[in-house]
Design a protein around this ligand. Structure first.
Ligand SMILES: Nc1ncnc2c1ncn2[C@@H]1O[C@H](COP(=O)(O)OP(=O)(O)OP(=O)(O)O)[C@@H](O)[C@H]1O
Length: 570
């Protein structure tokens, strides 16, 4: 089987930040500045607490000048720490947004270049959710929680260092009483949270996929009375999401145990400080600093623990995004034929011993050898499900064969740069999708970006001027995604393909929705526009079949050997 890489429902979350490191290239200076600003801000914040102790001791000592000096220093630190906190938060959020914009571009480009089999093998909603939901989630994490997380972690660390400088035995005691149970609680949460968040993301993706699929199918669902069944299916997906979210809440509530541990530690510390001050082993200022700083430590740890849930969720989101980039990225040999100069503008298309199947045990195309010389006009006919479209996609290089090869002008199409290949071989499918915009914009979406004059000339050569003139604003009519009929959308797709001027044009029932006269006229025009162009028409209609110079039929639902099945017309 032409095995498409699959997205993992629960993607590998190990070393996810290390795996994301290549995307940081180009942002390293900004990240370094973020670290510097953050350290400076945290240092100033810790300095405020220490400075309070010094002011208290100076007030107790009766030295007025020292008191004023220390009070001024305290004021400076308060203002400085506020300004630095603002600046470091702003810079962190800005850097995060730039990073995410780059990641979004990379992931979208990867999906845009993904093999067709990959896109067919996944639900549209799943891809949409990874491209939008995961990145939006990461963006709100970067703008909201990440600054808190980074500030909390830095202040926490510097505060502990400061405490150790005041009284290391007290600090060691504090850490020994607090850290082991707190870390155990966080570790247990971390362990559970990965699968829980991944299941929430997968369940959300299933709901999104259900919606994405049902919207275009609303007409069929209504006419066939299937809306209740669709709602039942949606209810099942919704139930799964609800269960996943309940598990998420239960997991997050486990972190509440930290509050109990903190309360115990603060009580113990207050008693101990009072005893030490009573024995003269600690100044009152130092005791105040200790109590304030300890509260700060707990407060920051609480922030940190709260943010850890969000960080774990962001880790899952990042893992899902990296999984998307991995699964859609290039694999195997890739286009060493890159320049237009290395690939002739016209050439023979040749399938050699080609085999392809969607499932391991069933080949739709098996050992097929077929040569289509430049300028050939071939019609492929055959029963429903016999493999005509599959053959068309193999010839267009949209599917890679499991066995054998497809060559254009002597080059294996698997090794041709995809953008270059699309300028040589174009397939027009039966179902055409337009993008929001004018008719002219939709037509100009071909690989060589034709200008307005070329678009108008091609429309005229294809005999479509009357139809374009019948639209309210001609080429400038907003066509939207659904405003044209199926046949009209096919006209747009055929004209767009003609504008690319490919060497090989494959029409897969591409005029099935167009009236016979127009279809015949378009095919004639397509052939006449470039006599040396190969035209392969996949068709059911007898009159289309009759127009081919060479007929290829696909018997018994499987194309295994065409030798005796090809009829060459004079
Ligand atoms: N994306 C896919 N995944 C799995 N199986 C597929 C896929 N596309 C087609 N098939 C199967 O491959 C076989 C050939 O399909 P194909 O679309 O090539 O036939 P066809 O001759 O073009 O049919 P039709 O005349 O109905 O358009 C069919 O049995 C079909 O069910």
């Amino acid at each position: 089987m032409a095995d498409p890489r699959r997205l993992a429902d629960l993607p590998d979350q190990r070393a996810v930040f290390r795996r994301a490191a290549p995307f940081l290239a180009g942002h390293r200076a900004a990240l370094a500045l973020t670290v510097v600003l953050n350290l400076a801000g945290a240092g100033a914040a810790v300095g405020v607490t220490a400075s309070i102790g010094q002011v208290i001791d100076a007030a107790g000592g009766g030295d007025r000048a020292a008191l004023i000096r220390r009070a001024l220093l305290l004021l400076l630190l308060v203002v400085g720490s506020g300004a630095l906190a603002w600046l470091s938060r702003y810079w962190l959020v800005r850097t995060g947004e730039h990073l995410l914009a780059a990641l979004r571009e990379r992931a979208t480009a990867a999906v845009g270049a993904a093999p067709l089999r990959f896109l067919e093998a996944h639900r549209g909603g799943e891809l949409l959710r990874r491209l939008t939901g995961e990145i939006n989630g990461l963006a709100s994490f970067a703008a909201g929680t990440l600054p808190d997380l980074v500030t909390a972690a830095t202040v926490l660390l510097l505060t502990v260092v400061m405490l150790a400088l005041y009284s290391w035995p007290l600090t060691a005691l504090l850490l020994l009483a607090f850290l082991p149970p707190a870390l155990l609680t966080v570790r247990a949460f971390h362990h559970r949270a990965g699968p829980v968040y991944a299941e929430v993301a997968a369940a959300e993706a299933a709901v999104a996929a259900g919606f994405a699929e049902s919207l275009p199918a609303q007409e069929q669902l209504r006419t066939s009375g299937s809306v209740p069944r669709w709602l039942e299916r949606f209810a099942r997906d919704n139930e799964r999401l609800l269960d996943a979210q309940s598990a998420e809440v239960r997991t997050e509530l486990r972190l509440n145990r930290l509050a109990l541990i903190q309360a115990g530690c603060v009580a113990g510390l207050l008693v101990l400080s009072a005893v030490l001050v009573g024995r003269g082993a600690l100044s009152v200022g130092a005791a105040v600093v200790f109590v304030l700083a300890t509260r700060d430590v707990f407060h920051r740890f609480e922030d940190l623990a709260g943010a850890i849930g969000d960080a774990r969720e962001a880790q899952v989101r990042l893992a899902r995004l990296l999984d998307l980039i991995r699964a859609t990225g290039p694999h195997g040999a890739t286009g060493d034929v890159r320049t237009a100069a290395t690939l002739p503008a016209r050439g023979e298309l040749r399938l050699r011993e080609a085999g392809f199947g969607y499932q391991d045990d069933k080949r739709v195309v098996d050992g097929l050898t077929l040569t289509v010389p430049a300028g050939e006009r071939l019609v492929v006919a055959g029963g429903t499900g016999s493999g005509k479209s599959t053959l068309g996609k193999l010839l267009a290089g949209l599917y890679a064969p499991d066995a054998g090869s497809v060559r254009f002008a002597g080059h294996d199409v698997a090794l041709v740069d995809p953008a270059l290949l699309r300028s040589r071989i174009v397939l027009v499918p039966q179902e055409v999708h337009l993008v929001d915009g004018t008719l002219a914009e939709n037509l100009a979406m071909s690989a060589n970006r034709p200008d307005r004059a070329t678009v108008e000339r091609t429309v005229e050569l294809l005999g479509l001027t009357d139809w374009v003139d019948s639209l309210p604003y001609g080429l400038d009519t907003e066509v939207g995604t659904r405003t044209l009929s199926a046949g009209e959308r096919q006209l747009v797709a055929v004209a767009r393909a003609a504008l690319t001027d490919p060497a090989v044009l494959i029409l897969d029932e591409a005029t099935a929705g167009v009236d016979r006269v127009t279809a015949a006229r378009i095919e004639e025009a397509l052939a006449a526009l470039a006599a040396d162009r190969t035209l392969i028409v996949i068709a059911h209609r007898a009159d289309t079949i009759a127009r081919g110079r060479r007929l290829l039929t696909m018997p018994d639902g499987r194309l295994t050997d065409i030798a005796g099945e090809t009829a060459v017309r004079p």
